[in-house]
Design a protein around this ligand. Structure first.
Ligand SMILES: Nc1ncnc2c1ncn2[C@@H]1O[C@H](COP(=O)(O)OP(=O)(O)O)[C@@H](O)[C@H]1O
Ligand SMILES: [Mg+2]
Length: 264
């Protein structure tokens, strides 16, 4: 039964999508059956997995249709060209759900209701959340067992994290009792920059040590290039430092998922 992980941070540009796509692909390569749910109207995860332009326009169903309860998840999910990796794609239309969902009685629980139907079909489901804490993001937080928070090492990174953690606590109390933070992963790390190291140390001092993944994702030009080729880094440049870092992260995530599976 799949462990469901949401990649969350209401800040944009912190590598949520990059982490969803590359972690997903690396887990797929390890033999895990992975589904990535694109829960962002920008559809960056969809594009990063090679569905852009004409292919995007030809999509029959997307996350929008699923979250609105109009089609079953299996009807929106497509197989990607990457090993063991499926995708529930999204387009701009998903933005409409942010308003339309408000009319639903269980507006924050729609995605969970749908995703539970396909839980047996995968080992890990990764939800790439949009940069907000609105109703769509709350659907992401309610549908998952764990969250991963990507964080950039810069002086303002902690801004918003208190709000995010407060939101997680609220969701846990009200509607998703077993929700936990799986970990914080540092992204776009430039270890040569002293300020990066200092900021990292200061962030780490504010949380329990085991809340952080050992793997840190370096700032790496190959990671930045990969999405425009529609490929995860482990396919675009398997020998790169970026690929290596995401493989190490995937191993940690797989280990943590094993422990969670036994509790599900
Ligand atoms: N490790 C990295 N090295 C270099 N560029 C990165 C790295 N991680 C992400 N990026 C780039 O940073 C930008 C924001 O990343 P993205 O994953 O889209 O963030 P989010 O989904 O949080 O908005 C993208 O252009 C992406 O290619
Ligand atoms: Mg994104």
């Amino acid at each position: 039964m799949a462990v469901i992980i949401s990649i969350v941070n209401q800040k944009g540009g912190v590598a949520k999508t990059t982490t969803a796509v590359n972690l997903g692909a690396a887990l797929g390569n390890m033999g895990k059956r992975v589904l990535i749910v694109d829960l962002d109207p920008q559809g960056n995860a969809t594009a990063g997995l090679g569905i852009s332009g004409g292919a995007k326009r030809e999509l029959e169903h997307t996350t929008y249709d699923v979250i609105m309860g109009e089609v079953r998840p299996a009807d929106a999910i497509i197989k990607t060209e990457f090993k063991n990796l499926s995708l529930m794609p999204s387009t701009q239309t998903l933005a409409e759900a942010e308003i339309k969902l408000l009319r639903f009685e269980n507006k924050n629980m729609q995605l969970k209701k749908e995703i539970l139907q396909i839980r047996e079909d995968y080992d890990i489901i990764i939800i790439d959340c949009l940069p907000s804490l609105g109703v769509l993001a709350l659907n992401g937080l309610n549908a998952c067992d764990r969250i991963i928070i990507p964080m950039q090492c810069e002086p303002y990174s902690l801004e918003g994290v208190a709000e995010l953690i407060a939101t997680v606590k609220r969701v846990k109390k009200s509607s998703n009792r077993n929700l936990q933070i799986m970990g914080i992963v540092f992204t776009m790390v430039d270890s040569k920059l002293r300020v990066n190291r200092e900021v990292m140390r200061s962030i780490k001092s504010k949380f329990p040590e085991d809340l952080f993944f050992n793997a840190e994702i370096p700032r790496n030009v190959r990671i930045a290039e990969a999405p425009s080729h529609g490929e995860p880094i482990t396919y675009y440049d398997p020998g790169s430092k970026g690929a290596d870092a995401y493989i190490r992260l995937a191993k940690e995530v797989a280990r943590k998922c094993k422990a969670i599976e036994e509790m599900l």
